[in-house]
Design a protein. Structure first.
Length: 265
């Protein structure tokens, strides 16, 4: 019988993780299952950084971005010895099962625990939308909204200055944030892991837009596909547009989760 569960967040944080922690905690408590919040991901799990949770522990967390449990990376969790140490800590604390919230690495950690007899459920908490078997991950919609807001603003200023804005968005080798934001903002060019990067083709397309008298252009690029600063420079030198690179960075991870992400969580 399930009497006590642990809950942790791991890997990169995403908006909506707190709403998921809250939902799991309150549902479990309502069903007579004790809940322990595990701080700092698998690092806290191995070190025993545990806190008994009540319904009040998760009060006023729904609208907060980030994660109240903290997140840490513990690459050593790939070693069986470290996983066994974690299992031992859980057993000492009478924790029967763990709910983990995170990305693909977090899922792999849960898989290791399950293989050693600790049942786990993993929830997809990442802005990247790169978890197999789920249409949308918790945090994707919020990050998308943030990107769209930023690109709309960039579009205002680039159209006043005959600029081409090259905007780098996150995604960790998944093009969904670029594709969804690109469609939403009417970007002229999308460069994603799926499309690949052909510099000559991008420059040719921009030159074509110039012949059509376009006074601005937006290029949305997924991170880790090409160097956006170098591309902006090339655009300035080879086309009539002034190229400007913007790396949105960690701002995409922050902010209050959208209602869609809260409901999903
Ligand atoms: P995101 O991609 O959104 O940053 P993530 O969960 O993929 O999130 P990672 O840093 O890859 O982030 O993984 C989080 C943690 O999961 C790692 O620090 C490690 O403790 C654990 N982990 C990752 N890969 C494995 C693995 N192969 N086996 C066991 N544990 C793993």
């Amino acid at each position: 019988m399930l009497r006590k569960i642990g809950i942790l967040t791991s890997g990169g944080d995403s908006p909506g993780m707190n709403a998921a922690i809250r939902a799991v905690t309150r549902t479990a408590l309502s069903n007579g299952i004790e809940v322990v919040g595990i701080h700092d991901g698998y690092k806290g799990l191995v070190e025993g950084n545990y806190e008994p949770f009540t319904k009040v522990s998760v009060s006023e967390t729904m609208a907060r971005g980030g994660t109240i449990l903290g997140s840490a990376r513990l690459p050593e969790f790939k070693d069986e010895e470290v996983v066994l140490k974690g299992c031992q800590k859980l057993k000492e604390n009478n924790i029967d099962a763990v709910v983990v919230i995170g990305g693909d690495g977090t899922y792999r950690g849960a898989d290791s625990l399950t293989k050693h007899g600790i049942n786990c459920i993993a929830l997809p908490g990442t802005i990247d939308n790169d978890i197999q078997g789920t249409d949308f991950t918790i945090g994707f919609d919020t990050a998308l909204n943030t990107i769209v807001e930023c690109v709309d603003k960039l579009k205002d200023t680039s159209s006043s200055h005959h600029r081409c804005s090259v905007v780098e968005v996150m995604g960790n080798r998944c093009g969904d944030l670029a594709i969804y934001s690109g469609i939403s903002c009417g970007a002229e060019i999308l460069i994603t892991p799926e499309t690949g990067y052909d510099e000559e083709a991008v420059l040719e397309k921009l030159k074509y837009f110039e012949t059509r008298k376009k006074n601005h252009a937006i290029v949305i690029v997924s991170e880790k596909v090409c160097d956006v600063n170098a591309l902006a420079d090339k655009i300035s030198k080879s086309t009539g547009f002034a190229g400007r690179a913007t790396i949105l960075g960690h701002i995409q991870r922050g902010g209050a989760p959208t209602p869609t992400d809260r409901v999903l969580a």
